[in-house]
Design a protein around this ligand. Structure first.
Ligand SMILES: NCc1[nH]cc(CCC(=O)O)c1CC(=O)O
Length: 293
């Protein structure tokens, strides 16, 4: 029996159920264990109560206490610093990593009137929206996907920006009014990807997770997360990142785009490197972004 720990939110249980069903299809018995995290109970802004790590620490504690055997995280919510004793046993194939707009009256970003009120809790999204110069006003919001979309349907906001992957997993893609091009809106590092965490010495679980692994996704998110980790050491500005394995003339190459929000706008750079060294690529692009600061 594999005990899979999950937060209670609709998105977390949807993601956990997808992974549980994949493991069951491989012949494993899986039980879902519901865990409440600080981030689920406390409605204060995430930055004030400890950052995105508040959603994962209770799950990690339960792993280390042997109360659960695996935890399914949205990779973008998982801190980049590794935790002793735990490892990402599998990173499955990624969903569409892009952000989307859910706007009133089917509007796209370009169709929103000046002064339109757009909700997002992420400094990364706000910085990139501002940089477009559309005269849109960003306002901070929190809460689950249902709550955020209802701010638009109730007429309190003109639009919200959300991750496409979350809406896809919740079966709510029909409400998307525009999928945002990464040229305008680079997603968060790891967005759209799941990370399945387990104890580093749990050989039985590691073997069970191995078939769920997608090597191209791991390479891409490793570069993105390294870019963020290197930038975190040097600044606190909002970061967007997206890596892709593309077929080059001499075989596969890893391309990485990065965006760094600053007082005077958003800096964007890209670089490529060999697929077998995503860490060096992430570091190099981060340092280049910092140099131009
Ligand atoms: N910050 C919350 C969060 N964490 C992961 C997702 C979406 C799913 C994903 O990116 O894998 C979301 C919602 C959102 O940003 O719209």
């Amino acid at each position: 029996m594999i005990r899979l720990g999950t937060r209670r939110s609709k998105l977390a249980t949807a993601q956990s159920t997808i992974v549980a069903d994949q493991l069951r299809a491989l012949g494993h018995e899986v039980e879902l264990v519901l865990i409440t995290t600080t981030g689920d109970v406390n409605r204060a802004p995430v930055e004030q109560i400890g950052g995105t790590g508040i959603f994962v620490s209770a799950l990690r504690d339960a792993l280390l206490a042997h109360e659960i055997d695996i935890a399914v995280h949205s990779l973008k919510d998982l801190p980049t610093t590794p935790l002793d004793g735990l490892t990402l046993g599998a990173i499955p194939v990624r969903e569409d990593p892009r952000d989307v707009l859910v706007a009133r009256d089917g509007l796209t970003l370009g169709e929103l009137p000046r002064g339109a009120l757009v909700g997002t809790g992420a400094a990364r999204r706000a910085a990139q929206l501002d940089a477009l110069g559309l005269g849109i006003e960003c306002t901070g919001i929190r809460g689950n996907v249902d709550t955020r979309i209802s701010l638009v349907t109730d007429g309190k906001l003109d639009a919200v920006v959300l991750a496409r992957a979350g809406l896809s997993r919740l079966g709510r893609l029909a409400e998307v009014t525009e999928t945002l091009d990464p040229i305008q809106m680079l997603p968060a590092p790891g967005q759209g990807a799941l990370g399945i965490e387990c104890r580093a010495d749990d050989t039985g679980v590691l073997a069970a997770l191995a078939p769920l692994e997608d090597p191209a996704t791991r390479v891409a998110v490793t570069a993105e997360r390294q870019l963020m980790a290197t930038l975190e050491a040097g600044c606190t500005a909002p970061v967007g990142a997206l890596a892709e394995v593309v077929e080059g003339e001499d075989g596969p190459e890893l391309w990485l785009r990065g965006a760094l929000g600053q007082d005077d706008g958003v800096r964007r750079l890209s670089a490529n490197g060999p697929v077998d060294d995503p860490v060096s690529l992430g570091k190099a692009l981060a340092n280049e972004l910092l140099e131009r600061t």
